[in-house]
Write a protein that binds this ligand. Structure first.
Ligand SMILES: [Zn+2]
Ligand SMILES: [Zn+2]
Length: 459
């Protein structure tokens, strides 16, 4: 009676190996880490779990491809991993629809239970036989072995190693952002800004002058002041309607120190948190109380996240990055507290679409461009920039840093000029400037000793 016992050990080994297989093998190719998912037909899909909907899960594969996989088509171990990921995500944001869990009846588990039951039964009877107890007759024992074999064959045909019918995973791209969604985000700032779109981009036209005060609070000043900019028509800000994931997100620590990386919903560009010398603009006092200052073209822009726009825009985005993804404020779009952020400074939201968040700490808006962007080929990193980009139009040559100056007041003078007040120590000085209908700009600079110099420029 040695043979049946050996056979039973083989059965035990087979069952053991099928259930010991663990999912979650990570593959590392060209620096990108991808999860490997094995389907019941042996097919392998490389991609990181992003979210689930119904009985499907969506994985992010190379070059921003999103692939939909039916969870029931996965090998048991990978299905287990998928369920774990879903549960994790559900815990994070209650996104997972509970109705889908009903489709989670595990046939494999049932079969494995039957097998173990059979083995136990067979072992028991072989022990009985070995002890020569008359209770079990030889033909009864043979029946039990036959039963175990049938169960084993069924289990093998159902387990993942043989070809099963699976739904071919489909490649789904990131949903195109609807113009309705864009419109709702920018609506509160009209008619100071205007928007339009074509098949590829959503365009924002603005004067570059925000609806809040500027300049006050700067303690590290380059003597630039805000004038309106021609961000309109062909020089409007452009946000792609169809974001595409970048294969390797471009880090803002070593890139994009030239142009804007995002556009706020009030039509003001947002630059890298680091200025073109690689310093944190906010930390070195270059920014005003609203997170902005002026560049060499007397162009006003933010370097920090304009979190204050949430007071006007509520839970809607405060900006859009130039890769097409929205930037939200301190809350999630559903009003819950911000979920943890990845190195790009964002995450996939409950809608299944990626977005960034503005924060009060570095990197403030974008840590790396999650989406694919086109770079200006004439500009090497770190002072490279994204295209398309709206360009500034200066009225005068750029100015230099003014040591010790801090801005105390900024106010409009009529409808075509401003008066900026600053101090060096206890002494007060001014920049008064205005323009006329023919684009003549006059700057009157009054220093701390009261000496005034007036210069006019044709813009
Ligand atoms: Zn700047
Ligand atoms: Zn979020």
């Amino acid at each position: 009676m040695k043979k049946p016992i050996i056979f039973l050990f083989v059965v035990i080994l087979l069952v053991k190996t099928t259930s010991a297989h663990e999912g979650g093998h990570y593959h590392s190719g060209d620096g990108t880490i991808f999860n490997s998912w094995t389907l019941k037909n042996g097919q392998q899909i490389l991609g990181n779990f992003m979210y689930s909907k119904g009985n499907q899960m969506f994985v992010e594969a190379n070059e921003g491809k999103m692939i939909a996989i039916k969870m029931n088509d996965l090998m048991p171990a990978d299905k287990k991993l998928a369920a774990f990921k879903v549960a994790q995500l559900e815990k994070m944001n209650q996104q997972y629809e509970p109705s889908a869990s009903s489709s989670f009846f595990n046939f494999e588990k049932f079969i494995s239970l039957v097998i173990w039951f059979t083995i136990a039964l067979a072992l028991l009877s072989s022990v009985v036989k070995y002890l020569n107890i008359e209770l079990v007759k030889r033909n009864k024992f043979q029946f039990l072995i036959g039963y175990a074999s049938v169960i084993l064959i069924v289990a093998c045909s159902k387990s993942g190693t043989s070809a099963g019918t699976v739904t071919q995973p489909t490649i789904v791209s990131i949903p195109k952002t609807t113009t309705t969604f864009f419109d709702s985000a920018f609506a509160s700032f009209k008619p100071a800004i205007s928007t339009r779109y074509d098949a590829t981009y959503f365009y924002i036209a603005s004067t570059g002058i925000p609806n809040h005060n500027m300049m006050i609070g700067i303690t590290n000043w380059q003597q630039q002041v805000p004038i309106s900019q021609p961000y309109a028509d062909a020089n409007s800000w452009s946000i792609p309607l169809q974001p595409v994931y970048a294969t390797t997100p471009l880090s803002t620590k070593t890139n994009l120190m030239k142009g804007a990386i995002a556009v706020a919903v009030n039509g003001i560009p947002i630059f890298n948190a680091l200025n073109n010398r690689g310093e944190d603009s906010y930390l070195i006092g270059e920014l005003d109380n609203w997170g902005g200052h002026c560049g060499k073209g007397d162009d006003y822009h933010y370097h920090a996240a304009p979190m204050h726009l949430s007071t006007i825009n509520g839970l809607k985005p405060i900006a859009f990055a130039l890769d097409g993804f929205a930037v939200y404020g301190a809350k999630e779009p559903d009003g819950t507290n911000m979920a943890s952020l990845d190195t790009c400074h964002g995450h996939v939201g409950t809608s299944g679409v990626y977005h960034y968040h503005g924060t009060k700490d570095y990197p403030y808006v974008v840590g790396a461009m999650k989406g694919k962007v086109t770079l200006d080929p004439s500009m090497p990193a770190p002072e490279n920039q994204i295209l398309p980009q709206a360009f500034t139009k200066p009225a005068r040559p750029s100015t230099n840093p003014l040591k010790g100056a801090y801005i105390t007041d900024f106010a409009a003078v009529g409808s075509n000029g401003y008066l900026l007040t600053y101090k060096i120590g206890t002494k007060t000085a001014y920049v008064k400037y205005s323009w006329d209908a023919s684009n003549k700009y006059t700057y009157i600079l009054t220093d701390t000793l009261g000496n005034a110099v007036s210069t006019t420029y044709q813009r």
